[in-house]
Design a protein around this ligand. Structure first.
Ligand code: DO4
Ligand code: MG
Length: 285
């Protein structure tokens, strides 16, 4: 079962994504005011199945997708794959030992990534900062968390990063990570019970510039050095999330150091059990 947030002539709606079409849901008839409230329902798959639909089914290619988030905070875990650890140690001599230690430390690196308004959905724009010169997408599996810390679903996350800013000084991490259109999320949420077995989930990144593919890479959840539940329990320590939260689980794909994104690039991230999230890159205000 998959849930999306879409824009129709009637406004912003929550929808169920079926194999060939999308069906707008009558959330209020089931007593839910928002997607985030629905995601914290007990027996979520049964509840989603039982919600009445409104109007005719929509063809997939006619849908205006929005990021599947409304009130939640977006957090991210870092240095959860060996590839991220080595790339960051190369990027910053001064901070190399920080990345080295955090890879094996009990406490993970967790950082605040985005407000809902900084997120872009399927087909939307993602941004390179105007003051950054070395930028990459980070393809990450995103956990969808209910307010009581349950992993209720998964979506695709793109943790856009300015490597020159982070590499200059690790204290600049929030500026390297958080800015307008800094986070891709979507195209929809696959509910937890519909996902493949964790260790088999593959993540693939492709970047196209005009007609040319300028980068491709892949990893798998089997390469991750941490468990999802461990990351979630650290995030919820001394932290309440009344609307639930999203947590990006870190990147295992980092292009070589001579690669940087350019405005106009098309970034596609494919994750097994979910689908493909594609965004166009822009730069500047
Ligand atoms: O340490 C900085 C951020 C790491 C990160 O975003 C990742 O590993 O995905
Ligand atoms: Mg990341």
């Amino acid at each position: 079962m998959k849930l999306a947030r879409i824009r129709t002539a009637a406004g912003i709606c929550v929808a169920r994504v079926e194999e060939q079409f999308v069906q707008v849901l009558d959330l209020s008839s089931a007593g839910f005011a928002s997607l985030s409230e629905l995601l914290s329902a007990s027996n979520l798959p049964e509840v989603v199945k039982s919600i009445a639909s409104i109007g005719d089914p929509l063809a997939m290619d006619s849908v205006n997708w929005l990021p599947p988030i409304d009130n939640q905070e977006v957090w991210a875990a870092g240095v959860t794959y060996k590839r991220s650890q080595t790339a960051r140690m190369e990027e910053s001599e001064a901070a190399a030992s920080c990345y080295d230690r955090v890879y094996t430390a009990a406490r993970p690196e967790l950082f605040y990534k985005a407000t809902p308004s900084r997120c872009s959905g399927q087909g939307g724009l993602l941004r390179i900062r105007s003051d950054a010169t070395w930028n990459v997408p980070e393809p990450e599996l995103a956990l969808v968390l209910s307010r009581d810390a349950k992993i209720v679903g998964y979506t695709i996350g793109n943790d856009m990063s300015s490597r020159d800013i982070e590499g200059d000084n690790p204290l600049y991490l929030p500026q390297a990570k958080v800015y307008n259109q800094c986070c891709g999320l979507g195209p929809w949420i696959t509910l937890a019970d519909a996902m493949p077995e964790r260790s088999t989930i593959g993540i693939r990144l492709a970047i196209h510039r005009g007609s040319q593919q300028v980068f491709s890479g892949k990893t798998s959840i089997a390469e991750m050095a941490r468990e999802f539940e461990d990351l979630v329990q650290w995030l919820f320590r001394d932290n309440d999330f009344p609307y639930g939260a999203f947590m990006l689980t870190g990147t295992g794909v980092v292009p070589d150091s001579d690669f940087t994104l350019q405005a106009g690039d098309l970034v596609s991230i494919e994750i097994d059990g979910i689908g493909t999230l594609t965004n166009t890159i822009v730069q500047g205000k």
